[in-house]
Design a protein. Structure first.
Length: 115
């Protein structure tokens, strides 16, 4: 039924990323513009906020991975997909590389030969 009322719709990119402008021309001649925000793609949706990354960086300077996970769990924090944190989530080298998390200083000591 809505098809009978709309003459055409033009979709244009808005001034911001992920923002679309729908320009609706109705059968009576009136026009209307609606702005619609697109959903983030999967990588954007699961990316950790900068504040969280900064917090993990600070914790990694003082604590090992097990202690970091214990703190996150005690605060009730979950991963970006809603799962509880595990040591493997924190200690994954690709994750640390992509977010530039330092390897915890205690793990650095453990990795040095002869200590």
């Amino acid at each position: 039924m809505l098809r009978l009322l709309i003459r055409d719709i033009t979709v244009a990119k808005g001034p911001e990323p992920k923002l679309l402008r729908l320009q609706i021309r109705w059968q009576g001649g009136a026009t209307e513009t609606i702005e619609v925000r697109q959903r983030p793609n999967r990588p954007e949706a699961v990316r950790y906020p900068d504040e969280f990354v900064a917090k993990i960086r600070a914790l990694a300077e003082l604590h090992d991975d097990h202690e970091i996970v214990a703190q996150l769990k005690s605060n009730g924090q979950t991963s970006s997909t809603g799962r509880p944190f595990t040591v493997s989530m924190i200690s994954m080298d690709p994750l640390q590389a992509s977010y530039h998390w330092p390897i915890s200083s205690r793990r650095n000591v453990e990795r040095q030969p002869g200590l």
